[in-house]
Design a protein around this ligand. Structure first.
Ligand code: ATP
Ligand code: MG
Length: 664
């Protein structure tokens, strides 16, 4: 294939972008905000360097943050007329080197197999810990090990290094060191390598073996790195070793989008680039091509409230004003979310151009349920809820030993089983640690489902519950490739959609509970929200709910502190966005006086019977009753959620309540 015309590669670039593309050799850093074309410039710059003969296609390497991004980069370059350029993650490139050099240095032995996940080994080690430490999530231990390994800290040096870094391990340091050592031993015994070892071993190889280093450097000598703000010290070291004497390094990033520092990444490599590379060229891109001015205004406020001056400048035409909505309950919020998505689809937005971003995977299940009920196709990107280890373990724990409880007693029996088998905490507020919170939240979501099943069907047995959960899992697995996207903020990095919904912006969710008081952690939560907001091209909705039911009781929720920062500044002349809290019409339209009257009845009935209100009837059932306003027991029987037992017990009272209530 002929080389592409270099001039064509400069089309549709603004002056700064063009400057960056033209700077094809030497150290170059492109620092710019979200949606300013960094990734686009990175691909064009690579193409331009090849097209102008600065580097042969096979000697260039583009480093991306995910395998998916690597695939897209290769596609982009192919479409620019450049097949045969390598784009890979740090790990993938290190792996290709080790595969080659390992046998040469180990008497022909092949590279040990890769450990897919640290979780099985760490789970086993965690279970041997004393007291309640045995429920420490493997993921928390894995993150801490990753942090240490990303700094080349060995177990015996951990305690000191952690103290110096002001790091708080998920369990007491001496216990953690034991786990860390046990993990390394178990891994070695099984002849396995983990992802960190890939980088560590490659670094060792290139540091120790000059011949290997030379061979490697002869193969690739021109490098570009996307999302450079999330580079770990170990990756940085690897990059330096790959470069050797070459100075051809181009990096792009946005320090305000650093969202992986909990595993050891640091934006310092990006921000101090010019200090480490004398005569480096630093280019900043100033215009945003992704989002409407309305969306950017919100992003800018979030950054400004943090005392930073950077702001994103729109190039697109104006669009709809983003909404920030307060809802009286989680159910209202879900109803509004579904209505919002439907409205976008009705306007012609493709389902695959809609995304709902979540802080925790536990938020997935209720949203999936609401979308399924509404007949809206979706796909979960990343780890699905029912594939999460604690969710699978919880379902598994229901199978054996047999559980005899039925109906009302069933939920209690299942909670007890989960407390025992998978560390479910009856008092979830006491759970500490990021991953432990996620885990507890997943289990709470499951408990809510179990309670729903048990209340709807008084004859429900454990098999009924298992069948229900299995059906949900199967539905989730099917997904729909062109459906609405459900994914975490962490996965949303670098991506963009026409319409983005950010639900549950509450204290304890975003910022996640653990981050409440730690300044660094809070700053990272703010950056997550910044990443979330800047994914939207046109439509953006943010929301939170005042009440949520967890563990069978309603808890009051506070709006995320970051929502306050999104309010228009005093005396500002810019177009005003509605300040939170604002009730969204969908929500306020539903709950009239009838619903309130039914709730009041439920409260007194629950008090009289000494049981939690949800056991009497769910909000959804009361709402359905308020909407259909039945006048007879037969009509009431047709309302979803009103089984024969409920009808028998409460039917007359409900009809009397409806009779006495004012017109809706
Ligand atoms: P992020 O920080 O989120 O990774 P980014 O800076 O990498 O964002 P890109 O994804 O490269 O931004 O670009 C954002 C959007 O703007 C893309 O849809 C891209 O095609 C478009 N875009 C970038 N530059 C231009 C331009 N000069 N003209 C038209 N569209 C552009
Ligand atoms: Mg990008």
């Amino acid at each position: 294939m002929a080389r592409p015309d270099p001039d064509a590669l400069l089309a549709e670039l603004d002056p700064e972008q063009r400057e960056a593309v033209l700077a094809v050799s030497g150290p170059v850093a492109i620092l710019a905000g979200a949606g300013s074309g960094k990734t686009r410039v990175l691909s064009r710059r690579t193409a331009y360097a090849i097209a102008t003969g600065v580097v042969p296609a096979d000697q260039a390497l583009v480093v991306t943050f995910t395998d998916k991004a690597a695939g897209e980069m290769v596609e982009r370059l192919r479409s620019l007329g450049l097949p045969g350029v390598t784009a890979r993650t740090f790990h993938a490139h290190a792996l290709s080197m080790l595969r080659f050099f390992w046998p040469l240095r180990h008497d022909g032995a092949p590279l040990p197999a890769l450990l897919d996940s640290k979780a099985p080994i760490l789970g086993r080690l965690a279970r041997q810990l004393p007291g309640h430490y045995r429920f420490t999530p493997a993921k928390d231990l894995a993150d801490e090990i990753e942090w240490a390994k990303s700094r080349r800290i060995e177990p015996r040096a951990y305690e000191r290094a952690a103290t110096e870094a002001g790091r708080e391990p998920p369990i007491p340091p001496d216990l953690f060191v034991r786990v860390f050592e046990g993990y390394e031993r178990a891994k070695a015994r099984a002849d396995r390598m983990d992802f960190d070892d890939l980088l560590l071993q490659t670094v060792d190889l290139l540091e120790d073996d000059a011949d290997a280093a030379e061979t490697v450097r002869a193969r690739k000598r021109w490098f570009s790195v996307d999302e450079y703000q999330d580079t770990s010290p170990l990756q940085q070291r690897l990059l330096e070793l790959w470069l050797g004497a070459s100075r051809d390094l181009g990096v792009v990033g946005d320090e305000d989008q650093t969202i992986y520092s909990f595993t050891g990444a640091s934006p310092a490599f990006l921000t101090s680039f010019a200090d480490r590379w004398p005569r480096a060229r630093v280019v900043s891109l100033t215009r945003n091509y992704r989002s409407t001015p309305e969306v950017l205004e919100l992003a800018n406020r979030l950054i400004a409230a943090d005392g930073r001056s950077k702001s994103l400048v729109a190039t697109r035409d104006g669009g709809p004003v983003p909404t920030i909505s307060r809802h009286p309950s989680a159910e209202h919020e879900l109803a509004a979310l579904v209505a919002w998505i439907r409205a976008r689809l009705a306007e012609g937005v493709a389902p695959s151009e809609v995304a709902v971003l979540l802080r925790m995977n536990a938020q997935l299940a209720p949203i999936e349920e609401a979308l399924t009920r509404a007949g809206v196709a979706y796909q979960v990107r990343g780890v699905r809820f029912y594939d999460r280890p604690e969710v699978r373990a919880a379902i598994q724990a229901l199978r054996r030993p047999a559980l005899d409880a039925v109906g009302r007693g069933l939920a209690g029996a299942i909670r007890a089983r989960w407390a025992d088998a998978v560390g479910y905490a009856e008092d979830g507020d006491a759970v500490e640690g990021d991953e432990a919170r996620e885990r507890q939240a997943s289990l709470e979501t499951l408990v809510a489902i179990v309670e729903e099943v048990a209340t709807a069907d008084p004859g429900a047995e454990v098999a009924t519950v298992i069948a229900d959960l299995e059906a949900r899992a199967a539905h989730e697995r099917e997904g729909s490739a062109d459906g609405v996207n459900l994914l975490t903020y962490h996965r949303a990095k670098g991506l963009e959609w026409d319409a983005v919904f950010l639900p549950s912006l509450e204290e304890g969710t975003l910022p996640i509970r653990q981050a409440r008081d730690a300044e660094d952690a809070l700053a990272e939560e703010r950056r997550l929200l910044y990443v979330g907001i800047t994914r939207a091209r046109v439509h953006l909705a943010l929301s939170w709910a005042e009440r949520r039911e967890t563990r069978g009781r309603e808890s009051r929720r506070q709006p995320s502190r970051f929502l306050l920062d999104l309010r228009p500044p005093r005396g500002s002349t810019v177009r005003q966005l509605p300040a939170p809290p604002v009730a969204v019409p969908v929500a306020s339209g539903i709950d009239g006086p009838l619903f309130e009257a039914l709730r009041t009845w439920r409260t007194s009935r629950a008090q009289a019977d000494g049981m939690p209100p949800y056991v009497i009837a769910h909000d959804a059932t009361l709402r359905a009753i308020a909407e259909s306003r039945p006048r007879t027991l037969a009509a009431l029987r047709r309302v979803k959620g009103m089984g024969p037992q409920k009808l028998d017990r409460y039917g007359d009272e409900i009809l009397a309540t409806l009779d006495a209530a004012p017109e809706g």
